[in-house]
Structure formats: structure tokens, C-alpha cells
Design a protein around this ligand. Structure first.
Ligand code: GAL
Ligand code: ZN
Length: 652
């Protein structure tokens, strides 16, 4: 980690303020105990105000000022948004949308990931920044660009089309292999030459799904290549760790971070509560678990979150006192060793002037500021948890490729979404008090007592075999509907669904029976099912519950199979899975409901996080010292409604 302990940090955009404000900011940052500050994220037009004219004095001054206040720097390379002169001189750097129209500058990130003109100009700037600051004593971390692909991940311009063709040539070598992989005998789509291939721009009818998924893969790789170019250059001039901020969140899906993660020196994520979702805090927990998965179980950084409201949702709900601290500690409980915010001081101008910040428009005599001081104190008190790892013996498989491919244009039901399946499995485990590791298909599963596979539509033979072997060897597996349907070419696995998992689950489905939104079917276990049914039969499995009515009345809905030394459940509808997961995870404790219970361990010590998101007090058995209050806990910990506790446990 760039800074010891559990650090507090923020983005800082001094370009928006005058030097007297910078001095006030540095003093207030010190007062708030800010350890790490990200600067120069949107610095390009300040550093290079006109082509080839460089000005570093402002950034020099800000860095020296922060350094003099004992604050470490998380230095942006400054390339996330090019200045207007770049696109006026080189309009070909502008991204092109799926309808073939260019996207204009005037917002941010208006650049094509495949543009060599953009890349050359950006790398020129990165080289200058790296040479100037690469050995500065305050420099703790490099921050490449910003949220790569947030807006510009999919570009359909000529340069991107050329790059897509090269990517496809490298992947398939022969045009015939591509034809086969894309199933181009369908609708007369056969290619005779690479030059005929386009990016999947909007078409008159449904597009080729295999082409779409390859375009997603290409687009993720293309931006990763861009990251690598900046990172390589930084590493030439500096030994400071390099990263970029991921967007592991519900509304962004264009980057396959499993392939990005190995190239980061430290994993960093940006996370904002999304009030468009049913349970925003449950999604936060999921995102934190997935970020930890990307970090291979090691500590990671929360690079951005909001102190209060954001400005980009339809209704920007603020946080009640205590809420920001609970959310921050939820990230820490799940492996974050650094809690950073967007941004330090709330902007007075620009598109984000209604976004909250550590220092609000109203200044320091505010509830929001006092919350920041309280968070800072709390992070100091729990500093010793840094470096420890989260304890978990349940894994959930997550795949961006499945996300992309399962939500194609033509599918059995538009109401079935990947994240809904993932969130409901993860959320159910969380409510049972189970901490879940989120891992990639193909990960080593041997240390888990349960593996959950929600809606994993696309899976390769090798990854499917690893799951089957895990069960044969004694593992427990829960698979939910619309899993194992296609291989990595998006080709249906023939012979009955769920193709890849038929044997391990001991079932075979002849036909899908999606339900209309709002329709419900009764299950024989007293629960209900929505969205999905299947004409399912068992081969070796036993039936746990059947559909009682609806299109598949009398047909199995939930099954359980002995496979080798292990057990595998299949759930063929959207239903409450708490009973199955409780049995499969072998959970004894009562539902923890709205309380987050997570343990971090390391160096022979263990820390129990109990975060009460509800309004009623909760009790939890433990013994030790609550680092948040400094009080001893002798057998039973009581956490008040809205409260948090981090207990350094004894005898564990
Ligand atoms: C992130 C971004 C920040 C800021 C923030 C607002 O996407 O990295 O620069 O825009 O969102 O929530
Ligand atoms: Zn492009």
C-alpha cells in the first residue's frame, strides 16, 4: 500500500481554485488527517495549454505545498481528458458511436482508445510528468489516466475498425476460423477477407452476437494496451507503484478486469452508492468482494467514493450521519486498506458542482465536515488491520464475458439480467452472515466449501471441467438458471441445457420457459418463482422442489445431485435461495440481515467487523477490544443501530 495504516485520501482539483485556497486546503487536509491526495487527474489543458507549450509551475507548487504538510501524492498522469486544441487539430481522435456519428468534445474522455495521434500526444505528456516528478519524495502512487473506458470504451471509428481487424487476425489467424467462430453461415455473413469486417455498428436487424462479444473483448484489451503504454513509460522513470482506478460497479461493464488486474501494482476501485438499485449497500458489499477478488485476496484501495450525494443519478440522495462511515468501513471490512473520496473541495463551477465533497460548499461548520473528522479518527484507530486478509470459505464465480454475452440483443428473456442473478446470490449469502470471495472462472476452488455459480451463461470447457472436478473432489456447488449455455464462441452447447453443467448437476432441460414480468409460479417448497422456468428432468439428481403451476407445472425447479464426493444443486427459477444456500454453506448462525459481519486475519491476529446498517441494536458473540471505542468486549458485543465495531479478537 502506498501509505501505511488504513489511509484517508481524496482527489484534489486545485486547477479550479486560486493559490490562497490551495494553502487553506493543505491546512484543512492536515487537520482532517488526509494522508494521500490525487492531483493532476484532469491536468492536461493546464500543463500543456497550447500544443507544445508546457507549464508545470502550478503543479510544482501544489505538490510542494502538500509535501510540506506531510501529505503523500497519488499523481495523475493528466491524460484522462485532452484539451480542446487536440480535437480541433486532430478531429480523428474523437470517438465514434455505434451509429457512426462522432462524439464531440465538451464533456470529458473524448478520445478514441485506438488513436495513435492521441496516444503519441498523451505519452509525450506522461513522459514529461514522469521525468519531472518520478523521484519526488512525496510521490507514493502513479494514477494512470482516470477511469479508463468510463465513457469511451467502445469506439467504432476507422482507427478502431483497423485495430479490431488486427486483434481478430491475432486471435483467429485464418479468416475461415473466424467464420466458424462467428457462425457466419447464418444470414449470409461469411467473410472472404479481413478488410470486410467492421466494428459492430448499428444494423437494420439483430447483429452477430459472437462479433459483439469479440468487440467487447477487443475494446477491453485495447484500453488495457493503452494503460500498459502509460505504465511502461512511468516505470522507465520511476520506481513508484502504478495503478489506475477501476469501476467495479453495477452500471459499468465494458472492461474485463480479470485481465487487467495482473498488470496493476495495487488494485484500486471507485465506488458510488447506486440508488437506482434495490439494495445499494448490498451492491457495495458485492463490489468490494469482487475488487478483493481482483486483488487476489490482498488488500486494495477504495480510490473514490462520495462523502454525500453524487450528481449523476436521477435523484441524488445524500447520506445520513453515520452512513458514510458505515459504508467506508464496509469497504475496509472487505479488504480495503485505503479510503479515498472524490473529491476534496466541492466545485463551484462545472458539471460536478452539485457533487458532494469532503469539504462542502458551506465549509467546515457542517455535519458533513464533522463526519469526515470522525471517519479520519476511526481509520486511525483501526490502522492495525491494514495488511490483514478477509476470511472466507465460499466463492462466487463472476465473469465479464458472461455479462456481455448473456445480455445480447436476442435472448430468451430481456428480464433476466446477469447482475440480478449475481447480486441475489451474493446478497442472500451476505444476509446469512457468509462472506463470499468473488473469483474468476478457472480460479483454484480447492479451498472453498461452497462455490456458487449464478447465471454463468458463457464458460469454456476447461473452466467447466475445473468446476466439475471441484465437486467430484468433495466440493459443494450451487448453479442458477441460464448457466453453462454456450462456449467462449457463444455457440450453444448441444444436447440439452445447462450444457456445461448437465453431468455435474445430474439434470437436463429441453426447453426454457421464461415468465412474463410480474408472473409468479408456486413451488412445492412453499416459495414462489419468477422470471424463469425450464422443462427440466433429472438424470442422476433428486428433486428438491417442483413447479406447482405455470408452464412447467409438475416439473423439477430445484434439484440436488451427488457427484463423486460432492454435492451440486441447481435452481431453475428466480426464487428465495436462503434455505439452499444455508444448507450448502453449512451455516449455523441466524440470519444477520442488515448487519455486515466480516473477519480479517493476519499475523496471528483477527479482527471482527460488525457494521449495523439497521436501526435496532444487534448482539454478536466475541471477546476482545473494540478498536473503534477502545472498550473491552467480554463475550457479547452490542452494536447500536447505525453503529460500527471492529474487535481485535482474543482466543481465535
Ligand atoms: C468518477 C470520476 C470522478 C468524478 C466522480 C463523480 O467517475 O472518476 O472524476 O467524476 O466519478 O462521481
Ligand atoms: Zn476509434
Amino acid at each position: 500500500m502506498p501509505v501505511p495504516g488504513v489511509s484517508l485520501g481524496c482527489d484534489y482539483n486545485p486547477e479550479q481554485w486560486s493559490p490562497d485556497v490551495w494553502r487553506e486546503d493543505a491546512a484543512l487536509m492536515r487537520r482532517a488527517g488526509v494522508d494521500l491526495v490525487a492531483v493532476n487527474i484532469f491536468g492536461w489543458s493546464n500543463l500543456e495549454p497550447s500544443p507544445g507549450e508546457y507549464r508545470f509551475d502550478d503543479l510544482d507548487e501544489v505538490i510542494e505545498l502538500l509535501h510540506a504538510h506531510g501529505i503523500k501524492i497519488n499523481l495523475g498522469t493528466g491524460t484522462s481528458s485532452p484539451p480542446p486544441w487536440l480535437s480541433s487539430r486532430y478531429p480523428e481522435t474523437l470517438p465514434v458511436a455505434a451509429d457512426g456519428t462522432a462524439r464531440f468534445p465538451g464533456g470529458r474522455q473524448a478520445w478514441c482508445p485506438s488513436s495513435t495521434v492521441f496516444r503519441d500526444r498523451a505519452l509525450d505528456l506522461v513522459g514529461r510528468v514522469a521525468r519531472r516528478y518520478g523521484n519526488h519524495p512525496a510521490l507514493a502512487l502513479w494514477h494512470v489516466s482516470n477511469e479508463l473506458g468510463c465513457h469511451n470504451a467502445l469506439c467504432y471509428c476507422e482507427a478502431s475498425t483497423d485495430a479490431f481487424r488486427s486483434w481478430l487476425r491475432a486471435r483467429y489467424r485464418k479468416i475461415e476460423t473466424l467464420n466458424e467462430a462467428w457462425g457466419t453461415s447464418f444470414w449470409s455473413q461469411r467473410y472472404s477477407d479481413w478488410s470486410e469486417i467492421q466494428t459492430p455498428r448499428l444494423a437494420l436487424s439483430l447483429r452477430n452476437p459472437a462479433q459483439l462479444v469479440d468487440f467487447q473483448r477487443f475494446s477491453s484489451d485495447e484500453l488495457l494496451g493503452y494503460y500498459r503504454a502509460e505504465a511502461d513509460l512511468l516505470r522507465k522513470h520511476s520506481t513508484v507503484p502504478v495503478t489506475t482506478n477501476f469501476m467495479v460497479t453495477a452500471h459499468i461493464r465494458n472492461l474485463d478486469y480479470w485481465s487487467w488486474a495482473p498488470e496493476m501494482d495495487v488494485i484500486a476501485n471507485d465506488h458510488y452508492l447506486d440508488h437506482r438499485l434495490g439494495d445499494p449497500v448490498a451492491e457495495l458489499s458485492f463490489a468490494a468482494d469482487l475488487t478483493r477478488g481482483l486483488a487476489g485476496g490482498r488488500p486494495w484501495m477504495l480510490m473514490e467514493q462520495a462523502a454525500g450525494a453524487v450528481n449523476w443519478q436521477p435523484h441524488n440522495v445524500t447520506k445520513a450521519p453515520g452512513e458514510m462511515i458505515r459504508n467506508s468501513l464496509t469497504h475496509v471490512a472487505r479488504g480495503a486498506d485505503s479510503v479515498c473520496f472524490f473529491q476534496w473541495r466541492a466545485s463551484a463551477q462545472g458539471a460536478e458542482k452539485f457533487h458532494s465533497a469532503l469539504l462542502p460548499h458551506a465549509g467546515t461548520d457542517t455535519v458533513a465536515w464533522r463526519e469526515v473528522l470522525k471517519l479520519s479518527e476511526t481509520l486511525d484507530r483501526i490502522g492495525e488491520v491494514a495488511g490483514t486478509e478477509v476470511e472466507s470459505d465460499v466463492a462466487l464465480l463472476f465473469s465479464w464475458e458472461s455479462w456481455w454475452s448473456s445480455e445480447g440483443e436476442a435472448r430468451p428473456s430481456q428480464a433476466v439480467t446477469y447482475l440480478d442473478q449475481v447480486h441475489s446470490a451474493h446478497g442472500t449469502l451476505r444476509e446469512l452472515g457468509v462472506t463470499t470471495d468473488v473469483v474468476a472462472p478457472g480460479a483454484d476452488l480447492s479451498r472453498y466449501k461452497l462455490v456458487v455459480v449464478p447465471g454463468l451463461y458463457m464458460i469454456s470447457d476447461t473452466d467447466a471441467q475445473a468446476i466439475t472436478d471441484y465437486v467430484s473432489g468433495g466440493g459443494r456447488l450451487v448453479v442458477t438458471y441460464f448457466s453453462g449455455i454456450v462456449d467462449e464462441r457463444d455457440r450453444i452447447r448441444l444436447g440439452g441445457y445447462p450444457g456445461a453443467f448437465r453431468d455435474v448437476l445430474g439434470v437436463l432441460a429441453e426447453e426454457f420457459g421464461p415468465l412474463l414480468p410480474g408472473a409468479e409460479v408456486a413451488l412445492s417448497n412453499g416459495a414462489t418463482g419468477t422470471l424463469w422456468t425450464e422443462r427440466l428432468r433429472t438424470t442422476t439428481a433428486s428433486v428438491v422442489a417442483t413447479f406447482q403451476d405455470g408452464p412447467m407445472a409438475g416439473i423439477p425447479a430445484i434439484t440436488r445431485n451427488q457427484h463423486g464426493a460432492g454435492t451440486a444443486w441447481y435452481v431453475a427459477t428466480k426464487t428465495d435461495m436462503s434455505e439452499i444456500l444455508r444448507e450448502a454453506a453449512d451455516v449455523v448462525s441466524d440470519k444477520s440481515g442488515k448487519t455486515e459481519i466480516v473477519r480479517r486475519r493476519g499475523d496471528g491476529r483477527s479482527y471482527l467487523f460488525v457494521i449495523n446498517h439497521g436501526t435496532e441494536p444487534v448482539d454478536h458473540p466475541t471477546r476482545g477490544c473494540d478498536l473503534v471505542t477502545g472498550e473491552r468486549v467480554d463475550g457479547v458485543l452490542t452494536v447500536q443501530g447505525g453503529g460500527v465495531a471492529v474487535v481485535r479478537e482474543e482466543d481465535s
